[in-house]
Design a protein around this ligand. Structure first.
Ligand SMILES: [Zn+2]
Length: 218
């Protein structure tokens, strides 16, 4: 500051100083803010119509067969926004201490997402990421062994999360029209006959993820 400005009020001088120090980074630190941001700007879709065209047809046919037989199909997610996947992936890894070899300061940035993962303090960075993990309701380690994927089939519109329920036994037509008797099982993972019916339509079960079905079973 020049001596000429020193004659001005000290109030102006101090305002200037605080402005120049806060200019260092205009990024917003990880935390609850980003859950709200994602729920507004990077929403998950629950609409089957948002799926990729070919997979959409297959899902619709499978769902219709199930409903015709008396089952209830509840869809929770179809297409996942790629920005949401980025936030899911890294907040899970940081909060669960599963960054592997990646340093928090080296997490790749993503255009359009002005997030600062590194709070300059390991505990605070972890707490910020945990606010997001919890806000997004992501399952903790070790119930979930891996971070939400950056390349999930949901991003391509080739996966659907849905819960299929019915009471007792129903007869569901497979793709070739043959009626298959299915018994309800609480753990969908064990219901091999249901998986086979889905597969006949091109909707394949991922065993370790209860509501997840996709074009290739991943
Ligand atoms: Zn899924």
């Amino acid at each position: 500051m020049s001596t000429a400005t020193a004659t001005k009020s000290t109030k102006t001088a101090s305002t200037k100083t605080s402005k120049s120090t806060s200019k260092k980074s205009n990024k917003i630190k990880s935390g609850k803010y980003w859950v709200t941001w994602a729920n507004k700007n990077a929403k998950n879709s629950t609409s089957i119509d948002k799926l990729e065209a070919d997979f959409k047809k297959k899902v619709k046919a499978f769902k219709k067969a199930l409903e015709d037989a008396g089952a209830t199909v509840t869809v929770s997610t179809t297409r996942r926004h790629k920005d949401r996947a980025y936030l899911f992936h890294w907040c899970w890894k940081i909060s669960q201490g599963k960054l592997g070899g990646t340093k928090i300061s080296k997490i790749p940035a993503r255009a359009g997402i002005n997030i600062e993962w590194d709070h300059g303090d390991a505990k605070k960075s972890k707490a910020g990421a945990e606010e997001m993990r919890s806000g997004f309701s992501l399952t903790k380690y070790p119930i979930s062994k891996y971070a939400p994927s950056l390349t999930s089939n949901h991003i391509k519109g080739k996966a659907i999360d849905m819960t299929i329920t019915w009471t007792g036994k129903i007869k569901v037509a497979n793709k070739s029209g043959k009626k298959i008797e299915l018994t309800y099982m609480k753990n969908v993972k064990n219901n091999k006959k249901l998986h086979a019916v889905g597969k006949s339509y091109g909707v394949k079960k991922l065993l370790n993820d209860a509501p997840h079905w996709s074009y290739n079973g991943k």
